[in-house]
Ligand binder design. Structure first.
Ligand SMILES: Cc1cc2nc3c(=O)[nH]c(=O)nc-3n(C[C@H](O)[C@H](O)[C@H](O)COP(=O)(O)OP(=O)(O)OC[C@H]3O[C@@H](n4cnc5c(N)ncnc54)[C@H](O)[C@@H]3O)c2cc1C
Length: 552
């Protein structure tokens, strides 16, 4: 039986809803008068308040010489978009288009309203999220990336902005006319590429992710000195699930993420077996939904700087990030997941981001449209990448070291790969050479049965050959298994607990590590299932134990 989803209201209504008089009464704090032309929020100012219009008109104006009005709001409507949830800087100016009256709601009051009023929560959350999508689609942006599609730094910078939901305009040095003029104006040399220009004319030359986050104010709203109930390291599915449950149950939660929320699914085209999404969901969509949900409950997210060390011999614990800042926490959840193995090949790093990729998203698919690609691996992620890339690429070569697709690969993927005319499987085969000048140009692979080596003019290799845990930064603080995954709960033997000087009479909780109050969830945990649903489940379960530890 097919169950029909309930009909939804037209998109424009959901993007720009008009509140009913009863709803307006529930938001009504103090109305105030505004005069035509009065600027209520500057572009680039932190999103600290929203305006509900009672009379007159409020315009949202794009920060450009032409001052384009992006949208005008009338009585009953409200301003704001996703930055109201994150507290980041807004992209556009908000100003009165006519004399009138507005209700001004501070961000904290708005979050409280959203958490307590289910009906208004749905209206505001939906509008904020759809508006951010609309801004991205319409290219309303305060950032220009000057770069080249052949440059790995450009790919990294664009991925960082895209995965953090920040719209940007790309000017390609190899294609866009007029770029030279910009280069001259800002005295930019080829060694500075990629370059970021913002509307405040700030120029960042080949910036790190942290420099971009700082310049665009991604973490402005975060007080780094505050002792938090819970610091979560990693914003993949397990970390975000812990954030949603922790914050919704009243904990003061900070999530620290080295790049952008989403984790491994953020680099995947479509997750098709996650409960509740019968047509599948793109990894980035899942991440954006989960992030908005966590922020709605008050969790904060810090992006661009990874955890470097956990000082675990002190109470509260301290997580060291970036340039030595310390984030104090009463409890810590480690959700740093795993990273793809790299091909054991000399010179690999020359081509990473310039022909060798560890993710198959729309961004990479655009780069290899109409060309041949190689995918190394035979597991689920390799299978997903093959099916996805086969829609854009001319031919997809799956280079598989064993005798066939992995037993662990989902049945539906195996069937799609077998049926797809553009996917060719090369079994008992290994990639043995990568050649090129700046960008990958040729790939060699060897048939291990015959010993024959073939070299092909292929410019794109996707390596998806299993993962290693992201635990090197822990520096011996927690007990790990022989592959570097974190041991928890009953997996810790009495000898291991004694060696770690476990200080309590009780044994560790289910997902607790060899340190009281430090938990490990998802792919980083020894014995975990390496699936989105199990990662989400573990992140949620850990919160019950966090409550117990905080009351200990
Ligand atoms: C391409 C691909 C497709 C997949 N498809 C499916 C699927 O269809 N169905 C399914 O069930 N599973 C799938 N999986 C597996 C699934 O994605 C993982 O099991 C799941 O993402 C694990 O979640 P996690 O939160 O534990 O870790 P991860 O997703 O690995 O997230 C860890 C996060 O921690 C961050 N991090 C790492 N180190 C640090 C640090 N020192 N400081 C701060 N942050 C740090 C990382 O940047 C990352 O965002 C797929 C995996 C891949 C790669």
């Amino acid at each position: 039986m097919t169950v029909a989803a309930p009909p939804s209201r037209p998109r424009a209504d959901r993007l720009y809803p008009t509140l009913t008089p009863a709803q307006l009464e529930r938001v009504a704090a103090h109305g105030r008068q505004v005069a035509q032309g009065e600027v209520l929020v500057q572009a680039g100012e932190s999103a600290v308040r929203v305006f509900v219009i009672l009379a007159g008109q409020i315009d949202v104006v794009r920060p450009s010489a032409a001052e384009e009005v992006v949208i005008s709001f009338g009585p009953g409507m409200f301003t704001g978009e996703a930055t109201m949830l994150s507290g980041c800087r807004g992209l556009a100016q908000v100003r009165a288009g006519a004399d009138g009256e507005v209700i001004e709601i501070a961000r904290d009051d708005l979050l409280a309203l959203i958490q307590t009023d289910g009906e208004l929560s749905a209206i505001f959350m939906r509008a904020f999220i759809l508006r951010r999508v609309e801004l991205i689609a319409r290219g309303v942006s305060d950032v220009v990336v000057l770069g080249s599609t052949h440059c790995k730094g450009t790919l990294r910078v664009r991925e960082f902005l895209t995965r953090n939901g920040h719209p940007h305009t790309m000017l390609d040095l190899d294609r866009d006319p007029g770029v030279q003029e910009l280069l001259d104006r800002f005295h930019i040399t080829p060694g500075d590429i990629p370059v970021i220009l913002t509307c405040s004319e700030l120029v960042l030359r080949n910036p790190t992710n942290q420099q971009i986050a700082d310049a665009l104010g991604f973490n402005d709203a975060i007080d780094q000195t505050q002792v938090r109930d819970l610091v979560i390291v990693g914003a993949g599915p397990s970390g975000l699930a812990a954030a949603v449950y922790g914050a919704s149950e009243g904990l003061d939660v900070l999530v620290v993420e080295s790049t952008a929320p989403g984790g491994q699914p953020g680099s995947s085209s479509r997750i098709e077996n996650y409960l509740g999404f019968p047509t599948g969901i793109a990894g980035m969509d899942l991440a954006a939904r989960a992030t908005n949900q966590a922020q709605k409950f008050g969790a904060q997210l810090m992006v661009g700087s990874g955890a470097r060390r956990l000082s675990c011999d002190r109470n509260p614990y301290a997580l060291e990030i970036g340039a030595g800042q310390r984030l104090p926490a009463r409890a810590v959840i480690i959700a740093t997941g795993a990273e793809y193995r790299r091909l054991p090949m000399d010179g690999l790093s020359r081509f990473e981001g310039a022909g060798v990729y560890y993710a198959a998203t729309f961004m990479e698919a655009q780069l290899c449209a109409g060309e041949e690609v190689v995918i190394v691996g035979a597991g689920n992620s390799a299978g997903q990448a093959a099916v996805f890339l086969a829609e854009a690429a001319r031919r997809v070569h799956m280079v598989i070291r064993s005798t066939g697709l992995a037993d662990t690969m989902s049945r539906y993927l195996i069937r799609r790969i077998e049926d797809h005319p553009a996917i060719v499987r090369h079994v008992r085969t290994e990639v043995v050479s990568l050649e090129g000048n700046g960008h990958l140009e040729r790939v060699g692979w060897r048939d291990n049965e015959t010993g024959r080596v073939e070299t092909h003019g292929i410019r794109h290799v996707f390596t998806m050959t299993g993962a290693v845990p992201s635990t090197s930064w822990l520096g011996g603080c927690l007990t790990l298994d022989d592959k570097g995954f974190i041991k928890t709960g009953p997996d810790l033997s009495p000898e291991e607990l004694a060696a770690a000087r476990w200080p309590l009479a009780r044994p560790p909780h289910l997902l607790e590590t060899s340190r009281p109050g430090v938990f490990a969830v998802g792919d980083v945990r020894a014995g975990s299932l390496k699936r989105v649903a199990s990662a989400v489940g573990e992140g949620s379960i850990a919160i019950a134990a966090v409550h117990q530890v905080l009351h200990e």
